[in-house]
Design a protein around this ligand. Structure first.
Ligand SMILES: [Zn+2]
Length: 178
């Protein structure tokens, strides 16, 4: 959850489970959007419960809504900007881990879902996952952001773009492929 301290406008990102906990964190805030980085259950499972409790416009990629039989009020595309209070959430299309995987950027904070993790990338071992596309997404869309960008993966510790440029497995794979 990201909130504008001045206005109390907030965005919920990937309510995967524990809807009560998410709803409790929204107390006193105005939820403008509930956004999903992708359609997997552990990122999307509590969407409907949270929506019912706190409102906000649900949004995800059309590809993942179709692929995982989910729905949203708004379907997001690369470059979309969702305002909340003094901030904007910017949508980056980063397919690979799922056909419609997205990352969200607020200022110099990046919410990377399962696309980018500390030292690693999310798994691509299922039939609808695509390692080559994911590597392209990570290398061309994420690791090109400012090096002081703070990265909040869907799983595991926080990192920075600068750190991942040095230590991420995607960079190593690119090096070996050359
Ligand atoms: Zn996933």
């Amino acid at each position: 959850m990201v909130a504008c301290a001045r206005s109390g406008a907030a965005v919920v990102i990937d309510p995967g489970a524990e809807a009560e906990k998410v709803v409790a964190q929204c107390q006193g805030l105005e939820v403008m959007h509930i956004v999903l980085t992708h359609g997997h259950r552990n990122h999307a499972g509590a969407k409907d419960q949270v929506k019912e409790a706190v409102g906000g416009v649900t949004a995800m990629s059309l590809q993942d809504a179709t692929g995982y039989l989910r729905s949203a009020e708004r379907y997001l595309q690369d470059g979309d900007r969702l305002p909340f209070g003094d901030f904007e959430l910017e949508v980056l299309a980063t397919p690979g881990h799922s056909p419609g995987s997205l990352c969200f950027k607020v200022g110099n904070h990046l919410f990377s879902g399962d696309t980018l993790r500390q030292g690693d990338i999310g798994p691509t071992n299922l039939p609808d996952q695509d390692l080559a596309r994911q590597l392209t997404s990570v290398l061309s869309r994420l690791l090109t952001l400012a090096e002081n960008t703070v990265v909040y993966p869907g799983h595991g510790p926080t990192t920075t773009v600068g750190q991942e440029r040095i230590s991420n497995v995607a960079v190593e794979m690119l090096r070996r492929a050359r």
